[in-house]
Design a protein around this ligand. Sequence first.
Ligand SMILES: [Zn+2]
Length: 379
Amino acid sequence: MEWGSRVGIKRTIKQFVLRFDITRDSLSWLARRHCPILMYHRFGEGSREISAQTFACQLDVIKHSFNVLPLVEFCRQRREGRTDWRKCCVITVDDGYRDFYQIAYPALRERRLPATLFVTTGFLNREIWLWWDVIDYLVSTTALSSATLECGGKEIHLDLTTPQGRKSGWDAVASLCTRINNSDKQLILNRLAETLHVSVPQVPTERYASCSVEELKEMAEHEISFGPHSVNHPVLSRCEPDEWKREISDSRRHLSARAKGYVDVFAYPSGTKEDYNKGMEAFIESAGFDAAVAAHCDDFLNESQFCLRRCSPSRDLVDFLWTLNGGEYLRCRLSEPLKVMMRGLKHALFPRGKHAPSMNGSGEDRKTNAKGFKDATLL
Ligand SMILES: [Zn+2]
């Protein structure tokens, strides 16, 4: 079957289910064990941003039909054993960009909806640029029309003449940077700056700016809470244990000391399945955090309080409603037993595991997993 027609059929099914009370309520009932935790990043008119209009529309839908729980309340109820989450959701936003204060916060405040902002504390303190913004700044401001970045014996060709070309360049370099350690990443960023003949300002420019501590204080008065999201936003699975422990503990200490409305829930930077591991979950649990959240919305069989799944809301209203009513969760839950069965079959056929993929999520596996653009957007 053609890919386009499969997408069309899926969309028709979603529209049908969402259209009638009885089918929509049935979907919610089937997915009642799941409370969607929505995960936003940036707000504005760019290709990777949610516009003010779309966000307002989504909040109106939520306000009309859902009970929005503060994250800390959701964690408490989950610990106490609540299992029916029909018509509930949680709103979270990552990183701590200023556009949250400028665009999202007024919309949330107007509707009196709670949300949690996960803050990268080095960014809040104006000590660092977020590393993917350095790439964006470099490819956006260079006067060159093309360039070749050499890294590790490979070459990335950058077409800088069109927005699409610059976006593809950003994708390629950001994707590479999520697969290497911090010192190698810094080398790549320095080399990119040299290659493009651009110097990066000391402090992020307006487009890449963080909220201020004063803005956090103001928002805390209006149902916005704040959780740690590391100090420097490295991919933790690319760090040595001492480093990732420091990133978790220091961001907790910095934020809890500075932000009224602090919640003791950690958000894994990047947060795909390859970006954190069981050791980090155990460390966060033993450190006494309430919970931790990931940035993917699948593999619910392995979900715990210290790797709660989050869904990235689509700009498309049908897909947004589908996720909100538990459709995406249900699709994953139904496909997971099938995947487990296939893995079991593979291990039965390859008992020594020579050709079977590892199931323990080790670093070696992660090194070989090529990550695409979709991963690089979940930062
Ligand atoms: Zn992030």
